[in-house]
Write a protein that binds this ligand. Structure first.
Ligand SMILES: C[S@@+](CC[C@H](N)C(=O)[O-])C[C@H]1O[C@@H](n2cnc3c(N)ncnc32)[C@H](O)[C@@H]1O
Length: 280
């Protein structure tokens, strides 16, 4: 009897009590699995963010690399144009700094080739600087013509006069100090160089438009008056060149001129800052 009871207890013990630690282990393993699957979720989310960050880093790097390649190409194009100018004009003196406010070498190269090809007798420039020197050297090379450059800024006017006299170009190029003042064109008021400074001129063969500066001017299209004001003074085969023609104001100016002055052909050359060329 006693033995049977003992055997029964042993069987119960083996079936149930001995299994308690196993159950405990199963519960703890289950807990671990739950924790791990939670961590896996976290890990998946982190991987997702990491993938997004990596792909935006990659696209930024690609964009910056393309911009850098673009800049290097433009820089190289400016070097080529600068070499071409020095060699075509046989320059012995150095030029003041170009680009930024001044014209870029690729604009200067187009300007020089127009002067060498069309041999203008009278060149008018709006906005003086290194462009005045280069145009004067080109006129010196063809052995004819003069340039009248208008400048609104008294300090810069002195600077350009000094540039010209240091290089003995003052017989070919003259700078005129011409303050900006209101001018009415077809009933609309603009601010432009003093119109009286152009009164005595006629038969202008070539106009270089690089002023007034748009920067700091509240009104748009500050260079628009150039063509309507100078139009009656142009020679029958006159051509014009406009710097910064990739800017919105200058693009708009070219569009309006194109509508209003149909006897000109228009071309926009893709140079560093954009070159607009008008010819008859
Ligand atoms: C677009 S810039 C004309 C630049 C000029 N055609 C040249 O190639 O140097 C227009 C005006 O900005 C001013 N400007 C240009 N370069 C300057 C400089 N380095 N220092 C001060 N003023 C400058 C002058 O008043 C000039 O008429």
């Amino acid at each position: 009897m006693f033995k049977r009871i003992k055997n029964g207890w042993d069987a119960f013990y083996a079936r149930n009590v001995l299994k308690v630690p196993v159950l405990g282990r199963i519960v703890s393993v289950q807990k671990k699995v739950t924790r791990m699957s939670h961590e896996m979720g976290e890990l998946r989310r982190e991987m997702f963010h990491l993938k997004n960050s990596l792909s935006s880093l990659l696209s930024n790097t690609l964009h910056e690399t393309r911009e850098l390649q673009n800049r290097v190409q433009w820089d190289y194009a400016q070097m080529e144009s600068l070499f071409s100018i020095y060699s075509v004009l046989n320059l012995k003196d150095s030029l003041p700094e170009m680009r930024h406010s001044a014209i870029s070498p690729d604009f200067a190269r187009t300007m020089v080739s127009i002067i060498l090809k069309h041999k203008p007798r009278l060149v008018v420039e709006l906005g003086s600087g290194v462009s005045t020197l280069i145009a004067a050297y080109a006129l010196q090379k063809i052995g004819q013509g003069e340039i009248l450059s208008v400048e609104h800024d008294p300090v810069y006017f002195e600077t350009v006069q000094r540039y010209l006299s240091e290089r003995h170009l003052d017989q070919i190029a003259k700078v005129v100090l011409s303050p900006l003042e209101p001018v009415k064109i077809k009933g609309k008021e603009w601010v432009w160089y003093r119109a009286g400074d152009f009164a005595a001129l006629s038969a202008i063969d070539f106009v270089i438009i690089d002023g007034p500066p748009q920067y700091g001017q509240p009104a748009p299209m500050v260079r628009y008056p150039a063509l309507p004001v100078l139009y009656p003074k142009l020679s029958p085969h006159a051509s014009l060149i406009l710097d910064d023609a990739m800017r919105d104001d200058e693009k708009k100016t070219l569009e309006v001129w194109q509508r209003e002055f149909k006897d000109f052909s228009y071309r926009l050359i893709e140079t560093e800052k954009g070159t607009g060329v008008l010819w008859r």
